[in-house]
Ligand binder design. Structure first.
Ligand SMILES: *[C@@H]1O[C@H](CO)[C@@H](O)[C@H](O)[C@H]1NC(C)=O
Ligand SMILES: *[C@@H]1O[C@H](CO)[C@@H](O)[C@H](O)[C@H]1NC(C)=O
Ligand SMILES: *[C@@H]1O[C@H](CO)[C@@H](O)[C@H](O)[C@H]1NC(C)=O
Ligand SMILES: *[C@@H]1O[C@H](CO)[C@@H](O)[C@H](O)[C@H]1NC(C)=O
Ligand SMILES: *[C@@H]1O[C@H](CO)[C@@H](O)[C@H](O)[C@H]1NC(C)=O
Ligand SMILES: *[C@@H]1O[C@H](CO)[C@@H](O)[C@H](O)[C@H]1NC(C)=O
Ligand SMILES: *[C@@H]1O[C@H](CO)[C@@H](O)[C@H](O)[C@H]1NC(C)=O
Ligand SMILES: *[C@@H]1O[C@H](CO)[C@@H](O)[C@H](O)[C@H]1NC(C)=O
Ligand SMILES: *[C@@H]1O[C@H](CO)[C@@H](O)[C@H](O)[C@H]1NC(C)=O
Ligand SMILES: *[C@@H]1O[C@H](CO)[C@@H](O)[C@H](O)[C@H]1NC(C)=O
Length: 510
């Protein structure tokens, strides 16, 4: 039985988790055994155009919600920032748009073919099942949602990972060991690049498993802050209170402290997300009748969530100014993924077990929300599974199915050689959710409602511009590094896939 302690920074400590693998300092003192091995902060690359980058994601928000926001609240804080903002109004989130690949896109610049991250809960053909002894059939579920927490009913996640619930692998020295979330990512993150060059980084998200942004080195985050959203009550006030924990942490970091408000530290790369918009969209009544993506009409809870965001943004802008950091900060207001459907008249829940049964073959695993990815016991049956699924396309609201090599032709990894790539991909019609819960929206697919996300760059020296050329959230990784003057060549995602630095910000693409 494995149980390793993970301090989550929630009650004031930095993320520091002893692991089976050597770990460097995560926020605290350099452990004795690492003295001399760790790159001493040098600020060698801190001569970028900006001293700090702050990336804020209002998970679930659409670009069209921004248009609504600005027209409903012309006197809001965000509206006030627009005259000094470069706006990319034709931006696309990641495919798939599940929170894990969506976050991965922003902080690695890579697509799933490269990163190996398709969803938060997937099948991985190269690992052995949790709690196994690494014998028997290879292939395991890798579930990086609440399932890997030590205690998912606690907002701290129990301050530990449950390593009896994470996949196992045979190490180079022949032992069978469980993996941590950061072991699952196949490429490095911009946090690792920043830290390797002596800058401090902090990331805040919704489950402890987001420590995976430490990257394969396990060292990318000076500090992580991951209060467990799954432990928070499903009502607006509780979701807003969770957001406020993040705002409080951001205030402390902005003032030059650790998340808990103590110490003196300069964070150069700061990432944070908020959840009450996404909660209101999916569990809080969502959009009003008559809404479309082009014209979303906010329900009462969604309105309140956006109003709360604006009030907090106003306070944050004052804190930035008070800290003397307004001019030296590149502020990014964005969303890592949208939410589908906006038009709730199209909503249709379909039991994912019906989908599994319809394949007519043995399925190792299905993951899905508004699309579905399937891993088969025998990948050579993918074409047969597709044929069987298409025979029930109407009942299952299927738009199209990709099988085997078609998955690769679409842009994902090839399931015949890549242990992470799904054997079968189901693209559903608008409004479909492959689940039996009562949510009115979710994400994961690559429908317009999933992908149409805002991306606004603010700095008081910018001249407002609205750019309609198509861009992608994968470009944020290189853009953030470039803003800090960090070398793009150190980012795997940029070297291998080359998502370029965004134009119109006067940042170099190298
Ligand atoms: C606050 O966080 C810092 C950095 O992680 C840690 O060294 C310190 O002990 C914490 N303080 C308290 C009061 O928890
Ligand atoms: C915005 O402020 C202006 C000037 O103070 C005021 O006239 C207008 O009514 C306000 N608009 C809204 C929607 O609050
Ligand atoms: C591994 O576990 C399986 C199932 O529990 C058991 O049958 C097998 O003997 C174990 N193998 C080793 C080498 O311990
Ligand atoms: C998990 O956390 C909840 C909420 O804090 C607590 O009531 C419960 O006792 C914890 N369970 C364990 C096993 O520690
Ligand atoms: C850890 O995960 C295992 C396997 O899923 C489960 O049996 C066990 O109850 C979990 N432990 C805790 C403390 O939740
Ligand atoms: C931020 O610092 C204050 C003390 O200045 C502390 O009360 C608060 O809990 C800290 N926020 C977080 C998220 O730890
Ligand atoms: C808004 O959220 C509250 C819980 O905070 C819930 O009771 C209410 O039903 C929601 N409104 C709608 C229209 O669903
Ligand atoms: C799927 O098939 C199994 C086995 O035949 C059956 O028990 C189950 O009810 C089916 N599920 C659905 C949702 O039809
Ligand atoms: C950009 O578009 C927004 C609406 O989406 C508008 O409020 C803003 O004024 C525009 N900015 C410029 C510089 O045109
Ligand atoms: C957005 O980009 C797409 C190409 O991806 C293009 O077809 C479309 O016209 C663009 N939209 C606007 C408003 O420019």
């Amino acid at each position: 039985m494995y149980s390793q302690i993970l301090s989550l920074a929630l009650a004031g400590t930095a993320l520091a988790y002893p692991s089976i693998k050597a770990q460097g300092p995560i926020g605290g003192e350099t452990p004795a055994s690492f003295k001399g091995l760790w790159t001493v902060p040098s600020h060698e690359y801190s001569h970028g155009q900006f001293k700090q980058v702050v990336y804020i994601s209002l998970d679930g928000m659409h670009q069209t919600d921004l248009t609504t926001y600005l027209s409903l609240y012309p006197n809001s804080t965000w509206a006030g920032l627009m005259k000094n903002s470069v706006v990319f109004s034709n931006n696309s989130g990641s495919t798939p748009s599940d929170s894990f690949p969506a976050t991965t896109a922003v902080f690695t610049g890579g697509t799933p073919r490269l990163t190996g991250i398709y969803w938060d809960d997937t099948w991985a053909k190269e690992f052995y099942p949790a709690s196994s002894n690494c014998s028997g059939p290879i292939g395991a579920e890798a579930d990086w949602s609440v399932a890997s927490d030590w205690n998912s009913s606690s907002v701290t996640g129990g301050n530990a990972f449950n390593l009896s619930a994470t996949p196992m692998r045979v190490t180079a020295w022949g032992s069978c060991e469980p993996i941590f979330p950061h072991d699952y990512l196949r490429v490095n993150t911009i946090f690792e690049v920043a830290r390797a060059n002596g800058l401090n980084t902090v990331y805040m998200d919704k489950h402890p498993a987001y420590e995976y942004l430490n990257g394969p080195s396990g060292l990318g985050l000076t500090q992580g802050f991951f209060p467990e959203i799954g432990a928070v009550a499903s009502n607006l006030d509780a979701q807003i209170a969770w957001d406020d924990l993040h705002w409080s942490a951001l205030a402390n970091v902005t003032a030059g402290h650790y998340v808990n408000g103590t110490g003196d530290i300069d964070f150069s790369l700061i990432g944070i997300n908020f959840q009450s918009v996404t909660w209101a969209q999916s569990n809080g009544g969502g959009y009003a009748t008559g809404s479309t993506l082009a014209n979303p009409i906010w329900g009462a809870n969604l309105t309140k969530a956006f109003e709360h965001f604006d009030a907090k943004l106003s306070i944050f802008m004052d804190q930035l100014k008070a800290a003397g950091k307004l001019e030296s900060t590149l502020l990014i207001l964005s969303s890592k993924q949208g939410q589908s459907p906006v038009d709730e008249s199209t909503l249709k829940h379909i039991d994912s077990n019906l989908v599994i049964n319809a394949t007519g073959v043995e399925v190792s695993f299905l993951t899905g929300d508004d699309a579905a990815l399937l891993w088969l016991k025998d990948g050579s049956q993918a074409a047969l599974a597709k044929e069987n699924l298409m025979a029930q396309a109407t009942e299952l609201n299927i738009d199209y199915v990709l099988a085997s090599d078609e998955v690769w032709e679409f842009g994902f990894g090839n399931p015949r050689v890549d242990p992470r790539a799904p054997d079968v991909v189901i693209a559903a019609k608008d409004g479909t959710l492959y689940s039996t819960n009562t949510q009115t929206a979710n994400h994961g697919a690559w429908l317009p409602d999933d992908l149409d996300v805002p991306m606004v760059f603010y700095n008081p020296t910018f001249t407002g511009k609205n750019m309609t050329l198509p861009v992608k959230t994968t470009q944020l990784a290189s853009t953030m590094l470039s803003a800090l003057g960090l070398p793009l060549a150190q980012l795997d995602g940029w070297r291998k896939e080359g998502a370029p630095v965004l134009p119109y910000l006067n940042l170099p693409n190298n």
